[in-house]
Design a protein around this ligand. Sequence first.
Ligand code: ATP
Length: 710
Amino acid sequence: MLFKRLEIFGFKSFAKNVALEFPSAISAIVGPNGSGKSNVADSIRWVLGEQSMKNLRGKKGEDLIFAGTESVPRMGKAMVNLVFENKKNQFGVEFDEVVVGRKVYRDGINEYTINGSSVRLKDIVELLSKVGLGATLHHIIAQGDADRILYASPEERKSMISDALGLRIFEIKKIEAERKIEHTKENIKDVESLQRELAPHLKYLSAQAEKAKSTSDLKKLLDQLSIEFVCRELKTIKQEEDALKEEKTLLFAKIKVYEENLKKSEAAQKTKDGGEDVFSEFKKLNSARDAILEKRRKLDFELARLEVAQGSGSDSEMSVPKAKFKEILLDLVSDLESAARSGSMEAIRNIIFSSTQKIYRILEQINGSREAAKPGNVENLKSAILKLEEEEKNILLSRKAFEEEYRKKNTEAQKEGVLYRERTEELSRANGILNNLNFKEENLKLRKKDLEIDFPNYIKMDPQGNILLPAERDNMRKQIERLKIRLEEAGGVNEGVVQEFEETEKRSAFLGRELEDLKKTSESLFELFIDLDKKIDKDFKGGIAKINSLFGVFFNEIFGGGKAEIKLIEPQKAKKVVDPETGEEEEIEATEGGIDIIVSIPRKRIKSLNMLSGGERALTSIALLFAVSSVNPPPFLVLDETDAALDEANSRRYGSMLKELSKKTQLIVITHNRETMRSADILYGVTMGRDGVSSLLSIKFEEAEDLVKK
Ligand code: ATP
C-alpha cells in the first residue's frame, strides 16, 4: 500500500498521539457520532495541502489545534504526518519512506515538512503530484459531499472530472504555458524595442569605429614603418660610421707618411738652395772685373798718351797725332752715347767722370808734356795691361765656373721644388679628404640627432635590417611624413569609440540572441501548449468514454437496470438568433461547455436529476464516483460516510463495489454501515471519552458493530 500510516498529534479532538496503520486495501474507521472520525479525514486533507478552512470545518488555523477541555489543557500546536511507501521510488527521492508533515501553531503559522525537513507547500504539491495525488483533493470525499457532482454546474463537473482523470496537472501546465507565451511575447516586444532603440546608435558607432579602426590601422602602419626606418637607419649610420672610422684610420696613416715626406722635402730644399751664395760670389767677381777694366782703361789711356807724346815731339802746337786724337774723340763719343742710353745715374756719373778724365789727359798732351814720353814707361804699361788682361781672363773663367755650378744647383732645386709641390698637394689632398670624412661624420651625427628628435619612442631600438640607400631613405621619410599628416587629419585614434562600439555591438548581439531564444521559447511553448491542448482534449474525451461505459455498468448494477451517461457539452460562442415565433432577435451568451449527466432509472421516468430521491442521488453519484475512480484510480480514496443514505440491499451492492474498486485503489472509509465494515480488512474504532479527547484503537468486526450500536 502506498499510504502506510497516519500520525496525528494535537489535531482537533486528537489530543493524544495516535497512529493509524493502513496495511491493506480497505481500512474502515468506525465510531459513534461526534467521536472524531471526520477529524481523521480532515487531518489527511489538511496535510495534503488543503487551504480552505471551510473544507476543514473551521474558521482559522487555531481551530485545528486541540482546544482543551475541562480536564485536558489545550495544545500549542497540531501536527499530522502521512507516511508513504517509497521502496519503488515512486516519489523520485532516495528514501524507503516519504513522510509528509504539516504543523500549525496557535499564531496561525503553518509549517510543511518532507522527511522532517522544512519545505514549501509548493514542494509538497510537486512531490505528491508524482504519485497522482493532485492538489484538488478529489480523492477525499467529505461527509455529505458525494453527490456534489450532481448539483454542480456543467462547467464545475467538467473541471471535477478533469481533475479526477488526472488532467488537472496538464490543465495547469497548459495555463502556465499560455501565461509564459504571453510573458515571452511581452519580452519579445521589449527586446525588439530595445533593438530598435539601439540600431541607429549602433550604426553611428559602427561608422565612428570604422573610422577609428582605419586610423588605428594608419597608426599601426606608421609605427611599423617608423620602427623599420629607425632600425634600418641606425644600422646604416652605424655601418657608415664604421666605414668612416676605418677610412680615417687609413688616411691618418697616409697623412703621417705625407707629412714626413714633406718635412724631408723642405729640409732638402733648404740644403739645395745655394742661389744667394752664388749670387754674392758672382757679384764679387763682376766688381773685381770692373776694377780690372777700370785699371785697364787708365793704363790704356796712359799708354795712348805716351805713344802720342813720342810721335809728336817736334810739334809744339800739336803734341797728339791726329789719328790718335780722332780715336780718342770717337771713344769719348761712344762713352757719352752709352751714358745717354744708360738708365742708371751711377753709370752716367762714372761715364761722365771717365770722359772728363780723358778730356783732361788730351789737354795735358796738347800742352806738351815731355817727360812721360819715355820708352821704358810704355813697355811697363804694356806688360801691366797684359797682366790685367790675364787677371780678367781668370775672373771670367771663374765666373763661368760659378755660372755652371749655379745652373746645376738650380736644376736640382727645381726638381726638389716639383717634389715639394707634389707632396704639399698630396698632403693637402689627403687633408681635403679628411675634411670630407669629418664632414661626413658630422653629417652622420646630425642624422642620428634627427632620428632622436623625430622618433624619440623608437630610438632605443636595435640597429637591424637592410641598409638604407639614400633614395630609399628619402622615400621612407616621405611615406612616414604622409602617414603622420593623414593621422593628424583623422584626428588621432579614438579608443573610446571603438570600445563603446564593441560593447554596443555585444549588447546588440546579445539582444539578437535573446530575441532568437525568446522566439524559440515562444515556439516551443506554443508547441507545448498545442500538445497539452490536444492531450487534454484527447484524454478527456477518451476518459469520458471510459467513464461512461463503467458508469453505465455500475448504475445498472445498483439500480438493477436503467441507463446512465455523461455527455460533453461543447463550448458555445455568443450569437444572435431570431425567435421564430416573435421574430425578435435574441442574444445567446457564450458557454464554456461542460458535462451533462443523463440517467434513466428503471420503471421511472426521470427527466432531471432533481427528481431523484436522496438515496437514488447517492447511488447515482457513487456509481459515477466509482466509475471515475476506476478509470483513473488515485493512490488512495477517503470516503467519509458516502454510504450513509443506503438501505441494506444497496449497502450490500456498495460493499461489493468497494471490493471491486479496492483492487485498483487503496480505500479508507469512514462508516456506520455494517456491510461496509464487513468489506473492510482492518477496522479502527474512534471513541471520545469524558475528557473530550478522541482515542483510537484497532478493533474486530464484532467490536465495531458494538461500537456503532452505542
Ligand atoms: P459523525 O459521525 O456525527 O459525523 P464524527 O465522528 O465524524 O461524527 P467529528 O466531526 O470528527 O465526529 O468530530 C467532531 C468532534 O470533534 C466534536 O465533538 C468537536 O467538539 C471535536 N472537535 C472539533 N474541533 C476540536 C478542537 N479544536 N479541539 C477539541 N475538540 C474538537
